[in-house]
Write a protein that binds this ligand. Structure first.
Ligand code: FES
Length: 112
């Protein structure tokens, strides 16, 4: 097991995360206000932009292959190096999640 330092830019918060732990689980333990919802790599709520470093996140199904280089889903991501992350930054594909009409309804559902 190897421990890495994870720093959150903008807040200066820094935690230690082993390569066996997810970043989100350590945030919860340390009382860091990292958003999350599904905890299974699908909703993107826990996304952070990777400013520096590398993670492994094979189960981060909510990210496209291209987005995996630049974004970490903290509920799935485990560090592979020291990291600098920017919490609350979301990949472009989050715009595809729900196509909402002007009246607030789901556009895809309205087309059925
Ligand atoms: S909490 Fe949903 S993708 Fe991480």
């Amino acid at each position: 097991m190897t421990d890495y330092t994870v720093e959150f830019v903008g807040t200066g918060e820094t935690i230690t995360v082993s390569d066996k732990d997810t970043i989100l689980s350590r945030c919860i333990e340390e009382g860091i206000a990292q958003e999350f919802s599904c905890r299974v790599g699908m909703c993107l709520a826990c996304s952070a932009e990777i400013i520096e470093g590398e993670v492994t996140q094979p189960a981060a199904r909510g990210l496209t292959d291209a987005e995996r280089e630049d974004y970490a889903l903290t509920c799935m991501a485990r560090p592979q190096s020291d990291l600098k992350l920017d919490r609350g930054k979301y990949p472009p594909s989050i715009e595809d999640e729900v196509d909402v009409d002007a009246d607030g309804t789901d556009a895809a559902a309205a087309d059925d």
